[in-house]
Design a protein around this ligand. Structure first.
Ligand SMILES: CSC[C@H]1O[C@H](OP(=O)(O)O)[C@H](O)[C@@H]1O
Length: 364
């Protein structure tokens, strides 16, 4: 996507290294960093310099490629993939990307692995950009239909967290339909959940939408249900970090509560995701998806720009107050209207996913 008129992806190979946008600096500064080793890539994923399920899949793949520049032995490959996989447990794309790299590299002599690894990581990145564009095309029709049904001068979409181009290699998942609708001239407006505690909505989704010129309004996480009750939300579109073969959707903490409100208010609730986010091994998301617990300090502290322009970090709670920070929750498929994928829109069910991905469903 464009940043001040220049085309960017979130990750790209750069003279033997890997460059990424440092998402911890947004929205107050647009900075890139160079990953020069597998360890750099692992830390970038763990510290959320890069984040979002498809992007951490691509970052894991490039991390494996960087590892092959240092130690292309079988043990080196195994240790690199284990290290990268351990950085964040919930998004299945990370495992999907690393398993694809291992399959590609294991059969090659060590001397061929570095070049092949960068080529495979680049293929993963290119495919993700194409996949997300396709998700956008399929999702655009849902926004168009909601606009026509609304009878208003604009269509209001609510989204949670950041499932935009910053969460992928390009285009995004939940935001891709919004970008496609906006570029097609549809009057789309987005209610952006701030998404405590890391505020990916307020800091990343708002920044992305402003760069693209899409009308949007940041709201506190607890306001979405109220707006839906008052008929101000035409549909919800969120991302996914892991979707089960039966259509349960694991996404940023708070997604489940939005889905409950949407169900109660009769608002269509969609998850947008590429096939690389489907975990065909599992059916029951509540039972089988590992939920990442992050540092309590993400809850007790907040970072932002002070009036003098410096970015500061402040404590919100009393010194000794404990906090818990589960980073994701699981929305059961019964609360999901449909899944927007690169092959079309389907029911959030085993039958729905199998109808679009028969080979993957059968092979699982
Ligand atoms: C398109 S995946 C986006 C997904 O990833 C986010 O999690 P995080 O920022 O912790 O990586 C969030 O769950 C988004 O919906």
């Amino acid at each position: 996507m464009q940043v001040e008129g220049r085309d960017f992806r979130t990750i790209w190979p750069d003279r033997g290294h890997v460059s990424v946008i440092d998402q911890t600096r947004l929205p107050h500064a647009f900075e890139t960093v160079s990953l020069r080793s597998m360890e750099d890539a692992a830390r970038a994923i763990a510290d959320m310099v890069v984040r979002g399920a498809p992007l951490i899949g691509a970052a894991g793949a490039y991390g494996a490629a960087l590892a092959m520049c240092d130690d292309a032995s079988d043990d080196g490959l195994r240790r690199a993939c284990a290290r990268l996989l351990a950085t964040r447990p919930t998004a299945v794309n990370l495992r999907w990307g690393l398993e694809r790299m291992e399959r590609r590299l294991a059969a090659l002599p060590a001397s061929d692995r570095a070049d092949a690894a960068f080529a495979e990581a680049a293929a993963i990145a290119d495919e993700d950009a194409e996949t997300c564009a396709a998700i956008g095309n399929h999702g655009e029709s849902l926004i168009r239909a909601a606009f026509e049904k609304s009878g208003r001068d604009r269509v209001n979409v609510l989204t949670h967290c950041n499932a935009g181009w910053l969460a992928t290699v390009d285009w995004g998942t939940a935001l891709a339909p919004i970008y496609k609708a906006h570029r097609a001239g549809l009057p789309v407006h987005v209610f952006v959940d701030e998404t405590r505690p890391r505020n990916q909505g307020a800091s990343l989704t708002a920044w992305e939408l402003a760069q693209e010129g899409v009308a949007h309004t940041v709201i506190v996480d607890n306001a979405g249900g109220h707006l839906m009750q008052r008929g101000e939300v035409d549909l919800c579109i969120v991302g996914s970090d892991r979707t089960t073969r039966a259509g349960d959707v694991c996404n940023k903490i708070g997604t489940y509560l939005k889905a409950l409100a949407a169900k109660d208010c009769g608002v269509p609730f969609y998850a947008a995701l590429p096939a690389s986010t489907v975990d065909w091994r599992i059916v029951d998301g509540l039972r089988d998806i590992p939920i990442e617990e992050r540092s309590p300090e993400e809850v007790t502290h907040l970072a932002g720009m002070a009036v003098d322009g410096r970015v500061e970090r402040v404590r919100l709670t009393p010194q000794a107050t404990p906090a818990r920070n589960p980073a994701f929750d699981v929305t059961p498929s019964r609360l999901v209207t449909g899944l927007i994928t690169e092959r079309g829109v389907c029911d959030a069910s085993a039958e729905g996913l199998a109808s679009l991905f028969p080979a993957e469903a059968k092979a699982a």
